[in-house]
Design a protein around this ligand. Structure first.
Ligand code: KIV
Ligand code: ZN
Length: 517
């Protein structure tokens, strides 16, 4: 049995499938590269048969990742397995992950089938995947509600067919830790060929048990944990990577095993996933919440000053939180900006220094001091902007006087041409600004989500606006950051509109292609 726990990250598959608006290929690649630096053993990055976009992103990631194994999901269906292979074959090392449901409820109500037939389909799927690679994972979906005899039967059959990892998912987050731990114990002791495969766990957090269940499973012999950054995923999410990794590290006395994760990357990748996925982190979230290392009570602060161990079981530095240092100002040069980015763990290939420096100078002029978290936020925004944005914000001036509709003057640049108008809005200056932008672009858009968050602290904080808009049946995410919230709102809408323009371009190209032009 291996002495490390394999960390299988599924942020870009189980996590991504639960987002309000899907990520672009560029955003997925950015996250995949961060996961590689974090040191995940396996990253599951999509479900290639589900759409051409998913296929393309799996293939792009597979081409770039060199130090983690890249996995893709497939149902126990020939065309899914073939699509997973086609997308993954360019990777240095890859895994095909195939699954079928095993609980009586899923087998009867969803698959309209029998358990015998499911076992046969599982065996056939694993064999097909083994024709492509010797790294095949099999999952019996809803194992948490499957009788133990049937779990043992299907797991044994999958291993005989060639599965090298067998995953026991608690798909609906139903199990309690002792129950789930016992299930893994039974699998380890009753499946005769279990020594030929790694036992994996995949827990959902519907009852808030995902971390406890995964760790209890490890104590009972599981050696792979499937998890996501910040615990994102279907419904209440998946096991949070940062929680299981830091628990195993902090409680070495209980586990006696380790992971390959470079824990100092945790904070950075957590921020990146939160930002790009438009999924804020609750302040009291274990390990990565804003308050996870904050001490409020006087008694605690006194204890911390005397000896940090009184109230700190792990250090903020161990997850990559750096101590405050000198802040940047408008007089700081490019080298200083690059130096601060390097201290936060970013290499120059992660961002465009020219664009970042230009944005930094604008912000420094407005704000005076620029903190590391401001710089990081600017870099994230840059990662989300496309290379060729058709629409740009030129000028904006919004006014509101109580009891009267607000007015907003907006000047945009569309394909290099300046356009301006004044609009009103009954719901205030953001409404007026949005009406102006939509009047100038003529697009039909419905706003389905608007969220404003402060980036940074106190009056110095930047306002970040995240929106999701719907256009022609598709959802698009837009994000904007500025010292002024009307400007951040405008930038978020412009960001989403540029994504819409890009999607039109792709559709036009596809149409031309099919007409043979
Ligand atoms: O929750 C689940 O059962 C899954 C499987 C596809 C592994 O995500
Ligand atoms: Zn899942």
């Amino acid at each position: 049995m291996t002495n490390n726990v394999i960390i299988f990250d599924t942020t870009l598959r189980d996590g991504e499938q639960a987002l309000k608006a899907s990520l672009t290929v560029k955003e997925k690649l950015q996250i995949a590269l961060a996961l590689e630096r974090l040191g995940v053993d396996v990253m599951e990055v999509g479900f290639p048969v589900s759409s051409s976009g998913d296929f393309e992103s799996v293939q792009t990631i597979a081409r770039h990742i060199k130090n983690s194994r890249v996995a893709a999901l497939s149902r126990a269906v020939d065309k899914d397995i073939d699509a997973a292979y086609e997308a993954l074959r360019v990777a240095e090392a890859y895994r095909i992950h195939t699954f079928i449901a095993s609980s009586a409820l899923h087998v009867e109500a969803k698959l309209k089938s029998t358990f015998e037939d499911v076992v046969e389909r599982a065996v056939k799927a694993v064999k097909r995947a083994r024709n492509y690679t010797d790294d095949v994972e099999f999952s019996c979906e809803d194992a948490g509600r499957t009788g133990i005899d049937n779990i043992c039967r299907i797991v044994e059959a999958a291993i005989n067919a060639g599965a090298t990892t067998v995953n026991i998912p608690d798909t609906v987050g139903f199990c309690l830790p002792t129950e789930y731990g016992n299930m893994i114990h039974q699998v380890m002791n009753r499946v005769p060929n279990i020594d030929k495969a790694i036992v994996s766990v995949h827990c959902h957090n519907d009852l808030g048990m995902a971390t406890a269940n995964s760790l209890t499973a490890v104590m009972n012999g599981a050696r792979q944990i499937e998890c996501t950054i910040n615990g994102i995923g279907e419904r209440a999410g998946n096991t949070a990577l940062e929680e299981v990794v830091m628990a195993i590290k902090t409680r070495q006395d209980m586990f006696g095993i380790d992971t390959r994760i470079n824990t100092q990357e945790i904070h950075r990748v957590s921020q990146m996933v939160s930002q790009l996925c438009n999924m804020p982190i609750q302040p009291n979230k274990a390990i990565v919440g804003d308050n996870a290392f904050a001490h409020s009570s006087g008694i605690h602060q006194d204890g911390m000053l005397k000896n940090k161990n009184t109230y700190e079981i792990m250090s903020p530095e161990s997850i990559g939180l750096k101590k405050e240092k000198l802040n940047l100002t408008a007089r700081s040069g490019r080298a200083a900006v690059k130096g601060h980015m390097a201290d936060m763990g970013y290499t120059e290939s992660d961002y465009d220094l020219d664009k970042l420096y230009e944005a930094f100078l604008k912000l420094a002029d407005k704000k005076g001091q620029v903190f590391d978290y401001d710089l990081e936020a600017l870099a994230f925004i840059d990662m989300q902007q496309g290379d060729e944005d058709r629409l740009k914000l030129d000028k904006i001036s919004a006014h509101s006087v109580s009891e009267f509709p607000a007015t907003s003057f907006v000047q945009l640049e569309l394909d290099g041409e300046k356009l301006s108008t004044v609009s009103t809005g009954g719901n205030g200056p953001v409404d007026a600004t949005y009406n102006a932008i939509l009047a100038l672009t003529g697009l039909e858009i419905t706003m389905s989500h608007y969220n404003l968050t402060a980036k940074g602290e106190g009056a110095e904080a930047l306002g970040q606006v995240d929106i999701v808009v719907e256009h022609e049946g598709r959802k698009f995410h837009g994000v904007g950051l500025a010292t002024d919230i009307i400007e951040s709102s405008a930038r978020a809408l412009i960001h989403a509109i540029n994504a819409i323009y890009r999607s039109h371009k792709v559709a036009d190209l596809k149409a031309k292609h099919t007409q043979g032009v």
